[in-house]
Ligand binder design. Structure first.
Ligand code: AP5
Length: 207
């Protein structure tokens, strides 16, 4: 079954972690604006570089992100979309370029979000995700998969993570409300082990 799944949630809710699992389970493309923007962080646009927004915890302007998503979705049969839409205008654009089979919100308490973000470590070589407490590597600071160095994302400092959570409340909660009001939102408890959360999402999507 080639699903088109949208995964919504605050920074640190586990969108990336669960998207990887969904993509593997259903053989879907994982379309993530965060990774796409990090890969093109220094690209010059008429608004400035993506990096200048991301390092401040602010949103990259809609036209830049819309273009990335349009291209990625036009090349995908089934997909799990992570990190987009983050504004009502992005949500409107998305409805013009594709239909969705399921919209899932990962619900996680703010204090847990902050712990997850500030403790996250990412492999500088292959991009694998870890957490110093919840998902530690076998050797501290070294990637289990490729032996690369584990680093902290520039936007995972406490101050920038707090800013990102505020930006989510201001810009993206209206998107959540939009899908909830349309009767399209599946709300899933995003706390517990990644495996427990995945089972909840899978059950909800298949129902
Ligand atoms: P992006 O990369 O999308 O970041 P985000 O939405 O802030 O989400 P994160 O990647 O921080 O968290 P996540 O929910 O994926 O959680 P994860 O699985 O990694 O965006 C970054 C920036 O890019 C934005 O601030 C903005 O500037 C720009 N941008 C992106 N999209 C944009 C758009 N559409 N419009 C405009 N600008 C845009 O998990 C986090 C940590 O928790 C990990 O360490 C993980 O190991 C751990 N963890 C995960 N699940 C669990 C669990 N169940 N139990 C314990 N630990 C867990």
């Amino acid at each position: 079954m080639s699903y088109r799944i949208l995964l919504l949630g605050a920074p640190g809710a586990g969108k990336g972690t669960q998207s990887e699992k969904l993509a593997a389970e259903y053989e879907l493309d994982h379309v993530t604006t965060g990774d796409a923007l990090r890969a093109n962080a220094d690209m010059e646009t008429e608004y400035g570089t993506p990096r200048s927004f991301m390092e401040a915890g602010e949103l990259v302007p809609d036209p830049v992100v819309n273009e990335i998503v349009k291209t990625a979705l036009s090349n995908a049969d089934g997909f799990v979309l992570d990190g987009y839409p983050r504004t009502l205008s992005q949500a409107e654009y998305l409805s013009e370029v594709t239909d969705l089979d399921a919209v899932v919100l990962l619900d996680v308490d703010d204090a847990v979000l902050l712990d997850r973000l500030t403790g996250r470590r990412v492999c500088d070589d292959c991009g694998a995700n870890y957490h110093v407490e919840f998902q530690p590597p076998e050797t501290p600071g070294v990637c289990d998969d490729c032996g690369g160095e584990l680093i902290q994302r520039e936007d995972d400092t406490k101050e920038t993570a707090r800013e990102r959570l505020e930006v989510f409340v201001e810009n993206t909660e209206p998107v959540v409300t939009h899908f909830r009001d349309a009767g399209d939102l599946i709300e899933v408890d995003g706390e517990g082990t990644p495996e427990d959360v995945f089972e909840r999402i899978r059950d909800a999507v298949e129902a």
